[in-house]
Design a protein around this ligand. Structure first.
Ligand SMILES: Cc1cc2nc3c(=O)[nH]c(=O)nc-3n(C[C@H](O)[C@H](O)[C@H](O)COP(=O)(O)OP(=O)(O)OC[C@H]3O[C@@H](n4cnc5c(N)ncnc54)[C@H](O)[C@@H]3O)c2cc1C
Length: 385
């Protein structure tokens, strides 16, 4: 037994027990319960702020980032223990953030020291909400075909163009954005820039969905002035940053396939003795789910040790999102006609069908399943393209 790690576990458990408010140990009822932080944060419950602030002050919103950038400076083993102890207490995620799961890792690898010091601690404390400006009307899967342009204007760029499917662009403070700085080269003409969504010339238009929600926007840039100091990595080398960030995004999305924290309603359904065919399907799902958790753990260990295959996030994303879809299909089946409730208070305003519908997007966002299969075929299986 590693005495240091056992001491860390005991201290972490005691701290969490003392500091995680009871309201943050209950299951989230809807997307509104998620904590996003930002310049103008919205909290459905005051304890969300308390929990985000306490974890942020300790660097535990990003436990494995270096402490000089607002992180917890924890080793991989300590990070794992923190996650286990949070799961044991059923602690909610203190902060949902594209900054944490996407931009942060890219800045840690490619950012200048000034960029890291400016942005990372604010991300860690939940002070800035970020959105992702990748997709365009004719450049989704063919991302490198993007056209939004950045003209050189001395110490700054002038950005023009349109993005689409920009999740929460209307609520975000800053955007990380791919722009074209050279029209003569496809992948080799892209740069990665950061700018304030309050900049003159930026506008957003929410896209209303059939569910009545409006999680994403069309985003327009009309002569937006972006300082060159906000470019991450070299000019025309943004594709390297974009791909690295996408690996992290895919890993994050794959995490949706991992078993939920706390009591599993599927296992509960199986215990209650729903029909034998459904019971068998639930058992099969549980086996696949356990295999995926083991694969995921191995992948994270390999990643931390620098041995992961760069295309591994595509495998994780493909399988994790299929698993998440299967999970919600089963939850709908096990819940029977009750899960068809869409609007009543009792159904928590259709939480089950809304969550089921949302899983359909998992295999599109961050690169579709077909694209992941292409990547796996080409880069892992070495099949001809
Ligand atoms: C919930 C959600 C949130 C999103 N959030 C953001 C965001 O915040 N920021 C952002 O920039 N983007 C975001 N997106 C956009 C997302 O990344 C794109 O939708 C995705 O990359 C697919 O691009 P597309 O929609 O243009 O579809 P297309 O590329 O037009 O694809 C249409 C279909 O054709 C298939 N296809 C295309 N090319 C090939 C090929 N070569 N081989 C085989 N099949 C192919 C696709 O797999 C798909 O089934 C989001 C999408 C969703 C659903």
């Amino acid at each position: 037994m590693d005495i240091d790690l056992e001491t860390f576990r005991a201290e972490t458990r005691a701290w969490l027990e003392e500091n995680c408010p009871p309201a943050m140990r209950t299951p989230m009822r809807s997307e509104k319960d998620a904590t996003w932080g930002g310049r103008n944060p919205v909290f459905a419950h005051p304890d969300q702020k308390l929990w985000m602030d306490r974890m942020g002050a300790r660097g535990w919103t990003v436990p494995d980032w270096p402490s000089e950038y607002g992180g917890g400076g924890l080793s991989p083993a300590e990070t794992k223990i923190l996650r286990e102890e949070m799961a044991r207490l059923k602690c909610r995620n203190p902060l949902n953030s594209f900054g944490i799961s996407m931009l942060g890792p890219a800045l840690l690898k490619y950012g200048t020291e000034a960029q890291k010091l400016e942005h990372l601690p604010r991300i860690a404390r939940g002070e800035m909400r970020w959105c992702q400006g990748y997709s365009e009307p004719n450049a989704g899967s063919d991302l490198a075909g993007l056209q939004a342009s950045a003209e050189d204007a001395g110490d700054h760029y002038i950005v023009n163009g349109q993005k689409v499917w920009t999740s929460y662009a209307d609520q975000a403070d800053w955007i990380f954005c791919l722009v074209r700085t050279d029209k003569t080269s496809k992948q080799g003409g892209i740069s990665f820039v950061l700018f304030d969504m309050a900049s003159e010339g930026v506008s957003t238009k929410p896209i209303l969905l059939i569910s009545g929600n409006s999680p994403f926007c069309e985003t327009f840039f009309d002569n937006v002035k972006v300082p060159k100091a906000n470019r991450v990595h070299d000019e025309n080398k943004g594709w390297d940053v974009a791909k690295y960030l996408l690996g992290h995004e895919r890993e994050m999305i794959s995490g949706m396939g991992l078993a939920s924290r706390g009591e599993d309603p599927l296992i509960e359904s199986a215990r209650r003795g729903v029909d034998p065919i459904l019971r068998a399907q639930i058992a099969l799902f549980e086996v696949r789910s356990k295999a995926f958790s083991a694969m995921s753990e191995r992948f994270i260990d390999e990643l931390k040790a620098g041995r992961a295959h760069p295309a591994q996030p595509s495998m994780m994303k493909y399988y994790g999102t299929e698993l998440n879809k299967a999970r919600h299909e089963l939850l709908m089946a096990a819940g029977g006609s009750d899960t068809l409730e869409w609007e009543s208070e009792a159904s928590n305003h259709g939480a089950a069908p809304r969550a089921w519908l949302r899983t359909k997007a998992n295999s599109i966002e961050g690169g579709t399943s077909e694209i992941q299969l292409n990547i796996i075929a080409k880069r892992i299986l070495d099949l001809p393209s």
